[in-house]
Design a protein around this ligand. Structure first.
Ligand code: MRU
Length: 339
């Protein structure tokens, strides 16, 4: 199984996603600040696996601590948590995982410090294992929505690389493919940093899933030609009303799907739902460096003097989403995630 993250007994090992598809390079991390930099620079990206990496980052922060009291250790952990939390603002899985690690530390405050540090590592391992299990459940729920001979359009990468393994939207595609239902996956290239062309297509090649890469602007045409049966994407944060933040361009696809009468599905684990936000307009949207838009393949494609706007995510209103596929089952509008 493709997995972008593992613990080698001493260090966190990440598959460097900035180097795919050309090179499969693993990098090893021994400190929380190195992990934070890996998240910021997209070595590891995708909402669920950002959470997994951050959980290991906290465990590394505990191991780095020279404190001799619980309060000292907790203070060091808070520094690590704050640093990791400052990397990327949109995917709520990051904050969910950091909070889970903080809670685990507080719950085990009576343990000797060495034992507590080992416990935090176990907690990070649990976050990783639970993510894979959630994705398999998402895949099996979602595959039931996929008709025989399906032509599926997806955006960005919500596959194994974006998770601890198997994928969310990618998991739905994987499970449906295993059932022999997938005729073709249309892979949006996903400008500016090409997670579709570089990462989703790489996964499809590895798994033998039939696919075609299209430029983002081609999605409307393939729908108009009657060559898409459904759209499925992942999510970075889902508000309590079902409004969903995902990679920039997702909203446009949802509008297109509505116009062409196609189902538009979102697949995500429960850790992506943010019950504290009533609606999507409250979701913080990350803006990334202008260089991602101004350059392409190492070459400048817009004048240096041209200002750039580079939001990494957009929010799809709940009203455009046919259903949200989670490990706890399929939710339909009006969305109520309290079951
Ligand atoms: O900027 P990225 O590559 O981290 O954005 C990733 C996405 O938008 C994914 O679709 C989302 O995180 C879901 S991953 C299962």
């Amino acid at each position: 199984m493709i997995s972008p993250v593992r613990w080698d007994g001493e260090r966190l090992v990440l598959l460097d996603q900035t180097r795919l598809p050309a090179d499969e390079v693993e990098r090893r991390y021994a400190t929380w600040s190195e992990v934070a930099e890996a998240i910021r620079s997209l070595v590891v990206r995708g909402a669920p696996v950002i959470g997994v990496a951050a959980a290991f980052g906290v465990a590394l922060g505990a191991r780095e601590s020279r404190a001799t009291t619980f309060d000292g250790l907790l203070a060091d952990l808070e520094t690590a948590i704050k640093g990791l939390a400052s990397t990327r603002p949109t995917a709520v899985n990051l904050f969910w995982a950091l909070e889970r690690m903080r809670r685990s530390c507080l719950d085990h405050r009576t343990l000797p410090l060495d034992r507590l540090k080992a416990r935090l590592l176990e907690e990070a391992e649990a976050v990783l294992q639970e993510d894979v299990a959630a994705n398999r459940a998402i895949g099996s729920h979602g595959a039931a929505l996929v008709p025989d001979g399906a032509r599926i359009l997806t955006h960005c990468n919500a596959g194994a690389l974006a998770t601890a393994g198997y994928g969310t939207a990618g998991g739905v595609i994987r499970a449906a493919h295993a059932q022999g239902k997938v005729h073709l996956v249309w892979v949006d290239e996903t400008r500016p940093v090409l997670q579709g062309a570089r990462l989703t297509a790489w996964e499809c090649v590895k798994e033998g899933i039939p696919h075609r890469v299209i430029s983002d602007g081609a999605a409307a045409s393939v729908m108009a030609r009657g060559e898409v049966d459904l759209v499925v994407t992942g999510a970075d944060r889902i508000a309590a009303n079902g409004d969903t933040a995902n990679k920039i361009g997702t909203y446009a696809l949802a509008v297109l799907a509505k116009y062409h009468g196609l189902p538009f599905y979102v697949a995500a684990p429960f850790s992506t739902i943010d019950p504290t936000l009533p609606s999507g307009d409250l979701i913080p949207i990350e803006e990334r460096d202008a260089s991602e838009v101004r350059n392409f393949g190492g070459r400048q494609v817009a004048p240096t003097a041209s200002p750039v706007f580079n939001p990494a995510f957009d929010v799809t209103p709940a009203g455009l989403i046919t259903a949200i596929i989670t490990e706890r089952g399929i939710f339909r509008p009006p969305y109520n995630f309290s079951r």
